[in-house]
Design a protein around this ligand. Structure first.
Ligand SMILES: Cc1cc2nc3c(=O)[nH]c(=O)nc-3n(C[C@H](O)[C@H](O)[C@H](O)COP(=O)(O)O)c2cc1C
Length: 170
């Protein structure tokens, strides 16, 4: 197995997981902006890391374009988000892909968090709208609302274990 990690990260959670994975798998981890300079023929396993943005997996359009040429490769998707791991997160990942695309991927959700201090203006504004919606729906004292009112970090190195095991079994 000759893996490479390509990651899309804005506030650092996905980058952190990509770094941990590159240490455990002894392989390069490159940011999304460098995708054009990679010699993809050298690698038989691609780990694509990204994050949820209002339910959408960032960079998925590019990934979808590569899938037809990557039929012989193992393609592993890992996605970070602000929600704890669970079936809903797996379902949310699946919704981003057609059944054919999904069948070509092995997908893993990794708990990230929120880092308001590193978000751009648009994302901060989107989060403000989401907070208002959640406050109205769940109430100002609800755990869901209180949790997203400030930055938090759920990133956990142990969460990459299933991905490392999956790669080592290839
Ligand atoms: C505008 C916006 C929308 C988001 N939407 C979701 C979402 O739909 N589901 C989720 O679990 N997390 C969501 N998040 C949280 C991010 O996915 C989370 O912070 C992620 O770990 C960021 O990755 P990064 O640090 O690598 O950029 C959202 C964050 C922002 C700023």
């Amino acid at each position: 197995m000759t893996p490479i990690i390509l990651y899309h990260s804005r506030t650092g959670f996905t980058q952190q997981y990509a770094t941990w994975l590159s240490e455990d798998l002894h392989c390069p981890a490159l940011p999304y902006r460098e995708r054009g300079s990679i010699d993809w023929f050298k690698y038989d396993t691609v780990l694509f890391g990204s994050w949820f943005h209002a339910g959408s997996v960032m960079g998925k359009s590019w990934l979808k374009q590569q899938l037809p040429q990557w039929k012989e490769k193992h393609v592993i998707l890992f996605v970070t988000g602000a929600a704890p791991a669970g079936e809903a997160q797996t379902a949310a990942m699946e919704q981003n892909f057609t059944p054919q695309e999904w069948a070509q991927l092995r997908a893993f959700y990794l708990p990230g968090g929120l880092r308001y201090e590193r978000m751009g203006t648009v994302d901060r504004a989107m989060m403000a709208v989401y907070r208002r919606m959640l406050r109205a729906k769940e109430g100002p004292d609800s755990l869901a609302y209180q949790t997203i009112c400030r930055s938090f970090d759920m990133a956990d190195r142990a969460a990459i274990r299933p991905i490392v095991d999956c790669c080592q079994a290839l």
